[in-house]
Design a protein around this ligand. Structure first.
Ligand code: ANZ
Ligand code: ZN
Length: 811
């Protein structure tokens, strides 16, 4: 028969599946729901091999779930707002809108070639006005509930991209896209109050995420338990945040962040010039630089003193850039004997160092000879009433209680998490639905006037301002409240807004009277399996979790988490074991692979290449194995029997097939895809042997082929469909149920074989069910009652009737 030709099979089936609506999601189905989603792509222009890895392998899992009786929703869309479209517009004079939609059209074509079970009827792009309208709607709801607010704050300014970046977009002090050194600027910006949910976001009990993802989010939120302590200063009470109130008697000076509001008032005339120069220098450093470990401590004395709340001593007030304006209260009580930064600072500027926590049984801390602070556990010393209490980070409870009692400290929990800075001075994003009216102030655009459409004819000039600001016609509007003249907010929203709730929109992409259909969300959310790259471990996931909680509090949904489970795939590296990139010239083009090997072979190779959650290097020759395997599968089903005779019993065959079925199901469940392919390859070997043995054509043989065909369906959907149809299967293989394992077949029993010598019964042997002829002949010859009739004779021939009888013909 004809050879395996994926290029004939694959387009044919894709067209038929489309025509039949085979993967159209039936939302009214009675089956239990399973929502599988892979993070949607940015329409950069081309699908790369990483996209294939992210989408095809989970597709196999989704197909397997479907065969297991789940009503599987597996949708896809495009995360379509963002800088690259705008950069293309500036560089090449193309409209960001047409650039984006052209890319979407092209990438959708590529996507469809993967042969996934994605229901394309639910596709949307976040730059569709029908979608971003609801970003604006949410913004207005959040604004009304005080969850969206505007504040003057220091922002990370990217001088190359000419925009403000969120902290998360600053990597090692540089813009994550431009690589430019970030400057700090003061600007009025919109924020979402994610900090209101800080505590709830630390609770992962309803979302199953990999350990390291939970850890990254937990660190990002950065909860610290400690106390606030008030110091009197010439500029009024200054409150400091400390995690070590037990060290209060060792606080020998205060340090304020250079940006702290009291610095001006505290600075004496004599110190003013020095202080101002220091503030100026600090403004040019990022927070990350300022906190860098081992960095030489610098600072300036303000000239003022604070009163220690217990000793009533006058302690000097300094400013230093290792204290951040954005954390705690922006000021600290410095305890050089207990904090390494304070220690270095005190040594450098010759400030007093007082021991307050001594390691139990340890030597007293001598400030004159010490080379580092002691931050461990011990006993409190030199601290009057506190002496003898346990000291150390884990023992602050009783200390706080005492200090609280005497009105000196208050227990306080602080988070490192900052509110989500939303405003972007960019064009290609969702316009912020706010107008500014001289009479009424800040006015949200009423819901029935949404969307505030992005205008098409704008100038793209890298001026540092949003192109919308230059578009006078768009900017000037009337106030929705008093109908007087008003101005629109000309910033657009961070694109992380778009991806924070898109998973809900797939349930009702065409809904025009609201963002989310509550009844559908109640039924289909949360997502049962969310998959994507580890690079989104913090931002995207934290923002989506926040959005779900905020939407719940709006009363639209009731679930607390968007993802019941999250799993991350690894990365496919270049053959050189390095990240694939154009500059390295190690990029693998999936289109070329498909042209050469077909879709199914690429799918199999990607599943096989490495443990999916780990990833690994690409290998040009590696795909040959999977490609050859598929040809072998083809000839197993369609070629004539040929080759040497083999011996596989029915029981042995059934044992192998059902053991494989059990393993494959187990591995699909735990997302171990490479071992699934390995098991199927191994099963192929057994089936090839079985085809040449007496079991061929038996009921066990038919059953084996059928089960194998069904097991192939999730991983090689096209080949499996072709086989199914050729074997006369009804409907589509993708409408079949995943077969159940016959546990009885897994038990390896024994069988009794009668042994004749020249036709006369001489004995019997017990062998393992399905044992092959070699083993059985050896056992027959070893049998005492047989041996004496064979010894010294010439063996003419040996006959084995499988599972029944052996006849050794002698002369
Ligand atoms: C006194 C003290 C004594 C401190 C000691 C530490 C050790 P985490 O755990 O990260 O929350 N701190 C407070 N606000 C700060 C700011 N805005 N910039 C820089 N440092 C700041 O750290 C809390 C500790 O970091 C606080 O406790 C404070 O120093 C410092 F033996 O207060 B500690
Ligand atoms: Zn007005």
């Amino acid at each position: 028969s004809a050879r395996y030709n994926p290029h004939a099979i694959e387009p044919k089936w894709q067209q038929r599946w489309d025509a039949q609506g085979l993967y159209t999601f039936d939302e009214s189905s009675e089956k239990p729901k399973h929502y599988a989603l892979t993070m949607f792509p940015y329409p950069s222009g081309n699908l790369h091999i990483g996209h294939w890895y992210a989408y095809c392998v989970p597709d196999a899992r989704a197909r397997w779930m479907r065969m297991n009786g789940w009503n599987v929703l597996f949708p896809m869309g495009f995360d379509a707002f963002g800088l690259p479209a705008e950069n293309a517009a500036i560089k090449r004079g193309i409209n960001p809108r047409s650039w984006t939609y052209d890319n979407i059209a092209y990438m959708t074509q590529q996507f469809r070639r993967m042969g996934t079970m994605i229901d394309w009827s639910r596709q949307f792009a976040t730059c569709d006005p029908e979608y971003y309208r609801w970003n604006q709607w949410f913004f207005v709801q959040f604004y009304r509930r005080g969850l969206a607010y505007k504040k003057e704050s220091f922002v990370n300014w990217d001088p190359v991209d000419q925009t403000v970046l969120a902290n998360e977009q600053v990597i090692d002090g540089r813009g994550d896209r431009s690589g430019a050194l970030i400057e700090r600027r003061l600007m009025s910006q919109w924020h979402f109050k994610i900090t209101e949910y800080a505590e709830e976001l630390l609770d992962f009990s309803k979302t199953d995420m990999p350990e390291r993802v939970r850890l990254m989010q937990t660190n990002w939120i950065g909860k610290s338990q400690g106390a606030e302590i008030d110091f009197e200063t010439p500029a009024g009470i200054e409150t400091v945040f400390t995690t070590r109130p037990d060290t209060i008697m060792g606080a020998t000076f205060l340090v304020l962040a250079p940006e702290h509001a009291k610095v001006k008032a505290l600075t004496t005339d004599a110190q003013r010039a020095e202080v101002e120069a220091y503030i100026d220098a600090a403004s040019r450093l990022s927070e990350i630089d300022r906190q860098a470990e081992g960095r030489e401590k610098t600072g300036v004395f303000t000239g003022s003193f604070a009163t220690h709340p217990i000793s009533r001593h006058q302690v000097p007030i300094w400013i230093a850039d290792y204290v951040l304006a954005t954390y705690g209260t922006g000021s600290i009580m410095a305890v050089p004997s207990g904090d390494q930064r304070d220690f270095e600072f005190a040594k450098k500027y010759e400030l007093p160092i007082v021991e307050v926590v001594r390691p139990s049984g340890g030597e007293p801390f001598d400030p004159a000879t010490a080379t580092e602070a002691f931050s461990g556990d011990g006993i409190i010393v030199n601290s009057g009433e506190l002496d003898g209490l346990p000291g150390g980070k884990a023992h602050i409870g009783p200390v706080i209680e005492r200090l609280q009692h005497s009105g000196i400290a208050r227990a306080k929990t602080t988070y490192r998490l900052r509110d989500w800075l939303l405003s972007r001075q960019r064009y290609w994003g969702t316009p912020i639905p706010i107008v500014y009216c001289e009479q009424c102030g800040t006015v949200p655009v009423p819901e029935d006037q949404l969307p505030v459409l992005l205008p098409d004819n704008v100038e793209f000039l890298p001026t540092g301002q949003s192109p919308l600001k230059l578009s006078t016609e768009w900017r000037q509007t009337t106030c929705p409240q008093c109908a007087g003249p008003a101005e629109r907010d000309t910033d657009t929203m961070d694109t992380f807004v778009d991806s924070s709730w898109y998973m809900y929109r797939f349930l009702n992409p065409d809904k025009i009277d609201g963002p989310i259909d509550t009844a559908k969300a109640e039924h289909f959310m949360p997502i049962d399996l969310y998959t994507g790259g580890i690079e989104h471990a913090i931002l995207h996931l934290l923002y989506s979790r926040f959005w779900t909680k905020a939407t719940r509090d709006l009363g639209l949904i009731s679930s607390d988490e968007p993802f019941a489970a999250l799993r991350n795939q690894g990365i496919i590296l270049g053959e050189d074991n390095e990240k694939m990139s154009k500059s390295r010239g190690n990029v693998i083009d999936p289109d070329n692979l498909v042209r050469e090997y077909g879709v199914d072979a690429v799918r199999v190779y990607l599943a096989f290449i490495a443990p999916w959650e780990v990833g690994g290097p690409w290998s040009a020759s590696g795909i040959n194995g999977p490609a050859k395997w598929l040809s072998r599968v083809w000839s197993l089903f369609f070629d004539e029997v040929e080759g040497p005779e083999e011996h596989i019993g029915e029981a042995e065959l059934r044992n192998k097939v059902h053991a494989t079925l059990k393993k494959v199901g187990h591995d699909f469940d735990r997302l171990s895809f490479n071992t699934i392919i390995a098991a199927l390859m191994e099963l192929t070997n057994t089936l090839v042997k079985a085809k040449r043995s007496a079991v061929f054509g038996s009921p066990a043989w038919d059953e084996s082929l059928r089960l194998f065909n069904l097991m192939l369906a999730p991983v090689t959907p096209h080949l499996a469909e072709e086989i199914w149809t050729e074997r006369g299967g009804d409907a589509s293989v993708h409408l079949q149920s995943w077969p159940s394992v016959d546990e009885a077949a897994l038990v390896k029993g024994t069988m009794t074989i009668a042994v004749q010598v020249s036709g006369k019964l001489r004995g019997q042997i017990e062998v393992v069910t399905g044992a092959d002829k070699d083993l059985i002949m050896a056992a027959a010859h070893a049998e005492e009652s047989v041996r004496k009739f064979v010894e010294g004779k010439e063996i003419v021939k040996e006959i084995y009737v499988p599972g029944k009888i052996v006849n050794i013909v002698v002369r």
